[in-house]
Design a protein around this ligand. Structure first.
Ligand code: COA
Length: 422
């Protein structure tokens, strides 16, 4: 890992939360309200927080932080529903006075090496700007739909929905953390992270005033079976609004939700789409094939936007490829190019007869396909077809038919999405 002259890389402890948040406030703009410090600090995964301190006085006050990065410890669903260890990179920021000196590049080298050392197969992130991370091998692995639906939008019926009960309460880590972690574990969509790690779970419940922007504190809708088993949840806030004639037309905002099964999804959306005094429900991220999009009786009534969801970077090619299932039999050799980790390069023989993947080094064998780690990472969760990437000229086919065969095997039966922003 290259170290940028004049700075030293350190791990941060919780007593440096305000220093870290100061760098992020510079990087992301805005002012940190003193009363928000505790809430923001509770979101930081200090077991994996790194920073660059100024070492050379010509750069500023020695010991001051110039750049920061942190990651959550997740396990993520992959096609076939296995869970794989993944780092969730976040809080990346470099003070504007220290930008373009290689701090991010050095922090990325540190982060990816750390993920490998921890046995994680990939790193995932949400990109503030999509141009930043592709140079480090991140591919666009999932896209999301955000919808804006009118209050009262009717849903097609689903058996069992009415039997489920719903609690609507102030969001609380103590009261709802366990249930939400349980629901996350029950979701089998590729891209879903679990909330097994205490830091990852705690971060979901931070509610700084700055996040409210005129709306209320964070609430939760929790759907349970009659016996109390949690099956769906949504974090939400309402923003009240009245027009000049006194008519209510507020907005429900929901940014993180999950439902284990069709009845749970139906019950959850029935509640969120029918809150008093509201006119609109803004919901996302939805997968491109989310049940809500099929349940709406008038799908055109919900305005939908598609955008990038998570970006993924495989750090351990054989472990990653072994962990996912393959939808049809395959036997092919791929040559991976990876400028950062040469041992990812292969060639690798992928075989699968029964859905289960077997991946082994195939030294000296001629590859059927040559693929960069960015494209392999993009295709990993089944959100983009290898054929589409080849159609864009991003993959080189050496054996005629190899793209078609591998594209079919890499498909996923459901579109990936990460339902938690981090
Ligand atoms: C994005 C950011 C972290 C970059 O930090 P930095 O220390 O200036 O980056 P580096 O000097 O290490 O640059 C590494 C490479 O990324 C490129 N790069 C950096 N920021 C970029 C951006 N916003 N868009 C496109 N490319 C970018 C650099 O040009 C450089 O390219 P090169 O190696 O090919 O010459 C920093 O500008 C920042 O904090 N921005 C605001 C907050 C933000 O967007 N954070 C990311 C959250 S996901």
């Amino acid at each position: 890992m290259s170290v940028t002259p004049g700075y030293r890389l350190v791990s941060l402890t919780p007593d440096r939360a305000s220093e870290m948040l100061a760098v992020n406030t510079w990087a992301f703009t805005g002012d940190m309200r003193p009363e928000d410090l505790e809430a923001y600090a509770s979101e930081i995964p200090f077991s994996r927080t790194r920073a660059f301190e100024i070492e050379d006085p010509s750069h500023g006050d020695v010991g001051t932080l110039a750049g920061v990065a942190a990651s959550y410890t997740y396990r993520m669903r992959v096609p076939g529903a296995s869970l794989v260890p993944v780092a969730g990179l976040t809080w990346v920021g470099v003070h504007p006075g220290h930008r373009r000196r290689g701090l991010l590049r050095a922090m990325m080298g540190d982060h990816l090496a750390d993920a490998r050392a921890r046995g994680e197969v990939a790193s995932a992130l949400y990109a503030a700007e999509t141009g930043i991370y592709q140079r480090f091998g991140y591919g666009l692995a999932a896209r999301q739909v955000d919808v804006r639906a009118p209050r009262g939008a009717s849903l097609r019926p689903v058996a069992g929905s009415d039997a489920l009960r719903v609690r609507i309460e102030d969001a609380s880590l103590e009261r709802h953390g366990g249930a939400i972690a349980t629901i996350q574990r029950r979701l089998d969509r590729p891209g879903t992270p679990t909330l097994d790690h205490e830091e990852a779970l705690r971060a979901r419940f931070a509610d700084p005033l700055a996040h409210r922007r005129g709306s209320e504190r964070m609430r939760v809708a929790l759907v349970e079976e009659a016996g109390g088993e949690p099956v769906a949840y949504a974090f939400f806030r309402r923003e009240g609004r009245w027009d000049d004639d006194g008519n209510p037309g507020g907005t429900v905002h929901t940014w993180s939700f999950g439902a284990a099964g069709p009845a749970a999804a139906h019950r959850l959306w029935s509640v969120l789409l029918d809150l008093d005094l509201m006119g609109t429900v803004k919901a996302g991220p939805l997968a491109l094939d989310d049940p809500l999009l099929w349940l709406l009786e008038d799908p055109r009534s919900a305005r939908a936007r598609v955008r990038d969801n998570i970006w993924l970077r495989i750090v351990d090619v054989p472990a990653a490829l072994t962990a996912r299932e393959y939808l049809c039999p395959v036997d092919a050799v791929i040559q991976v190019t990876d400028p950062l980790f040469h041992d990812n390069a292969g060639p690798w023989r992928i075989t699968s007869r029964d859905g289960e993947g077997h991946v082994e080094a195939a030294p000296g064998e001629e590859p059927d396909l040559v693929i960069g780690v960015q494209e392999l990472s993009a295709a990993y969760l089944g959100g983009v077809s290898l054929a589409a990437l080849a159609g864009a000229g991003l993959i080189e086919e050496r054996t005629p038919g190899a793209v078609h065969a591998l594209a079919a095997a890499f498909e996923s039966t459901s579109a990936p999405v990460c339902n938690l922003f981090f």
